[in-house]
Design a binder for this molecule. Sequence first.
Ligand code: ANZ
Ligand code: ZN
Length: 812
Amino acid sequence: MNKTEKYDHRSIEKKWQKKWIKEGVYTADIKNFSNKFYNLFMFPYPSAEGLHAGHAFSSTGSDVYGRFMRMKGKNVFQPIGYDSFGIHAENFALKIGEHPEKMLSRTIKHYEDQFKSLGHGYDWTRTVTTSDPSYYMWTEWLFLALFKAGLAYRKKAHVNFCPKDRTVLADEQVMTPKQAGKEPKDAEGNAVSLSDDLRVCERCGTVVEKRELEQWFFRITDYADRLLNNLEKIDWSQRVKIAQREWIGKSTGMIIKFKTKKEKKLEVFTTRPDTLNAVTFLAISDEKLYNENTKEKIGEFTGEYSIDPLSQRKIPIWKTNYVAPGYGTGVIMGVPAHDERDMDFAKKYQIKIINKKPDKFLWKLIEEKGWGRKHTNYHLRDWLISRQRYWGTPIPMIFCKNCKRNGKGYLGDEKIKLIHKDRSDWEWQGWWPDENLPIILPHIDDYQPEGTGRGPLANHPEYFKVKCPECGSDARRETDVSDTFLDSSWYFLRYPSTRCARSGQVPFDPDITKNWLPVDLYFGGAEHSVLHLMYARFVWMVLYDLGYFNSSAKGQPASDWEDPFPRFFAHGLMIKDGAKMSKSRGNVINPDLYISKFGADTLRLYTMFLGPMDASPDFRDSGIEGMHRFVQRIWNFFQENNNIVLESEKDSQEIFSLMHQTIKKVSEDIQSFRYNTAISTIMIFFNLLREKAKNKSADPEALKTLVLLLAPFAPHMSEELWTNVLKEKFSVHNSGWPKYNPELVKVDQVEIVVQVNGKLRGQLNIKYQVLSIKEEIEKLAKSDPKVSKWLVSKKIKKVIFVPGKLINFVVS
Ligand code: ANZ
Ligand code: ZN
């Protein structure tokens, strides 16, 4: 036997990475779509110098699946890009005092090198960078598409303003400190003590203010019902669906009119018209008093009364802090008998409580008598799209005073469908779309946000001074830029079209889009549940309604095209030594160090082994060393058994039965994102091969299978073993995924040794399916009477588990 060499991950990994790109192993055949699999990973925003281990974990999770599908014979398209426009990247640039453009040219390169060094199978010929004019001119186009469809409007509103980022934020970008994963701060960066009603900026954790400003909005509320109903049709992680459902917050009820003394009427929104008989007071919202998460109810009696239509009783009218100004009608009917909040309030202010049973018949009666009408209310608000920042997609709109004076403004285009026809709720006069795209974001040096309610571009007349496209007089370009979530709302549409002949003329080619979309698997973080994932669905539905997905060749779009991501998997978030990985804690892991020390394959195997993909794995140095030894053992095994491979003897029944079971289990586990048990199943199979090799009974078939199963997890070493050791045809990643024989899978019992303090105390026959699940085997062992008598009144200090072999209870 030859002395084995140490596995040289540095040269072997680099060698294959180069060769894969040179040979186009992962370059999708865009013309051949019959067997397509669009494997999408949420592209990162370069808001740091590079990727951290959490990205390595999640992107590997997506890559494993793509590789598996490719080996299953799919024509996989797996692109990557950079969400480089917007506040995420810009805040980092501001922090390090470098112009975003300069910062990004360095960091994007680093991100790319990191993705490559992880060995991911991306199609590097089709990437997008959202801050590149060849991309953002189409984001501008998208703004105009929505505007022309009547879905973009300007309005003065009470909006959330982040005093630190000095810009307004959409409702979705304001949350509790816990949801944002941030410690709450004031504008100067000082810590603010936690309380229930705190709402902070998603990006920086600063407590937001309310300001009244005129802003651009998208009418996402027009799509509320469709966004809600389509959730039933898509295969998404439950928690993300629930978050969207709650965010849309549909409630059906009635608006009921109450007469007041001054011959006016007050309208209330209620989901419980059946409790009208027990109404005790009316409560009006008060902008100044209002507090979203208040526990203590505060009120002020107005001195006025209204008349309950049902009983003609006099009902006192109060102002309170717990009725939201922007929700329903901003007025409620207080029913203490059936509503806890109303009860708290009535008790505190000693309002006489009326107690009556709810009456379903009231729904009908109220309608018949004309006291009220059915009404559906939503929590979802329109999407605030403008930002008073520099680093973003220009808003391609021009305002002309002269036209406004003459009552003129854009009123539609015959060729474009007007989805929202009513223009009565905003001042459209004076506004015109700028069709000369791209509008290039100028390079300026005073890009710091000022917080004046206007963005840095407002200090640049060379940018905003333009002629009115209609009347030619002096006009002004919008100087706010778009929310970064507009950039990412359509990037997956751009990827497959980036290299097509018409990529300069259209945002996405209709034929390519028809063939490659929707996305087959979207893999990403759940933190975007009501942000990116809601916005992208909305934008998609609008484009769908505008007919952009109608292929010239194929006419109408297929009906299941109403959503861009029929399947979405939400991965978990990585933690480090028990705490969330974050820059402020200083426990962010740089994957580069581990890749150079142990190799990408070890890092990939290690992160995938930590637990199922939707759990929160804890990164520990000791674990990665163990995985490194496993990689080395596989390498050694192939080195030592070169001869056996070539002169294989007879089939071993045991090996074959385990091999087929392993194929089955690994395939099933990958499909359900349980990569951890897939890997431990491979480990068990490998252990058996090692044992049998001592008797010179290894078989090429079994060895090939081992390498194929390892390929999605350890793509470099698998390629080396496949091509150079087993002398099979390049590339292992295009070789077929092994199939199993159902007959051989039936033998499914494996013997496991049970020890207590290292002494043999029993044996268990374990079903193959649970062989690698520690908890399951621990339970079975403890309930075996032969074992349990050794555990009685002992303290279990440690459980040692060798998958497929033994379990040892260390007791004292
Ligand atoms: C009477 C009543 C009786 C109510 C009862 C509830 C229970 P959702 O499901 O969230 O839509 N409400 C209406 N407008 C409100 C506002 N602007 N701020 C705070 N609360 C408001 O809840 C609708 C219910 O919340 C409405 O039905 C109203 O109280 C209250 F046993 O009316 B209900
Ligand atoms: Zn004009």
